[in-house]
Structure formats: structure tokens, C-alpha cells
Design a protein around this ligand. Structure first.
Ligand SMILES: [Zn+2]
Length: 142
């Protein structure tokens, strides 16, 4: 099988931040890198899951909700993928700064009732908020 584009980039040269991966069929993929790859520091599975719930909720309630295609975690637990339409780098960065700031105000995990989530016991709000705060600091420096 052919090596797919996301495995073709050198992960040793990938830094934390916001990276544009490309656009296909009108959909742009953004790499929200929270952690430097293979550096020993990863999001915990619980925090990863909770960040997914927080940001999916905030992004899909934002002024750009019609331009959000997907938000979800990387299996390697070093970040997330955001798929959008009609958003350039500047707009995406501003949207993410607002969204991560807003996520810090949550007092409970949205969509975490048993009937709403496939693994409702696997959440860590405090851990997720800590990761969101750290990533917001990264975004503020871009
Ligand atoms: Zn869930």
C-alpha cells in the first residue's frame, strides 16, 4: 500500500502549534499539535476524550459552525484534527483562540451522559482544561 500523506511528514520536525495540512474536495485539514511528537509527553486518554467533547461543542456553536466539518483526536494523543470549509489560516487561528478560551469556562463535560457518549466513564474535565489552557498559550504566541 502507498504511504498516506499524514505519515509522510517528518514527525521529528513537527512542532506544537497550528499547521495547515492541505485542502481536498473543498475541505481543509488543520493539525492542532498540542505536544511535540515522540517526546514522552502525551495527552491522557481521558483528557483527550474530554477536549474532544468541549471543542466539538464550542466549535459547532460558534459563528463559524456552518464551516466546521469535523473535530477529533489524533490516535497518537499529541493533538487534534480540525476539518473546515471556507476558513483561511487567520480566521481559523482566531476561531481557535476564542474557542479554547471559551472551553475554559465549562464546569461539566458536555455530552457525557451515558446515552450521549460511547465511553462516558472516560472523562477528565480538570485534565482537559489544563491541556486547553496550555494549547491556548501556544496559539497566543503564533
Ligand atoms: Zn464521548
Amino acid at each position: 500500500m502507498e504511504k498516506i500523506p499524514s505519515f509522510s511528514k517528518n514527525h521529528d520536525e513537527l512542532s506544537v502549534g497550528l499547521h495547515e495540512c492541505g485542502t481536498a474536495n473543498g475541505v481543509t485539514t488543520w493539525d492542532l499539535r498540542f505536544k511535540k511528537p515522540n517526546a514522552g509527553d502525551y495527552l491522557s486518554p481521558k483528557a483527550l476524550h474530554t477536549v474532544e467533547h468541549l471543542l466539538a461543542t464550542v466549535l459547532r456553536n460558534s459563528e463559524e459552525k456552518d464551516n466546521i466539518v469535523y473535530f477529533g483526536p489524533m490516535g497518537c494523543r499529541t493533538g487534534f484534527y480540525l476539518l473546515t470549509v471556507n476558513l483561511d489560516y487567520g480566521k481559523t487561528l482566531e476561531l481557535l483562540k476564542k474557542s479554547f478560551a471559551l472551553s475554559l469556562s465549562f464546569k461539566e463535560v458536555p455530552g457525557s451522559k451515558r446515552e450521549e457518549c460511547g465511553n462516558c466513564a472516560e472523562h477528565d474535565l480538570d485534565g482537559a482544561l489544563c491541556e486547553c489552557e496550555k494549547y491556548l498559550e501556544i496559539l497566543e504566541k503564533l
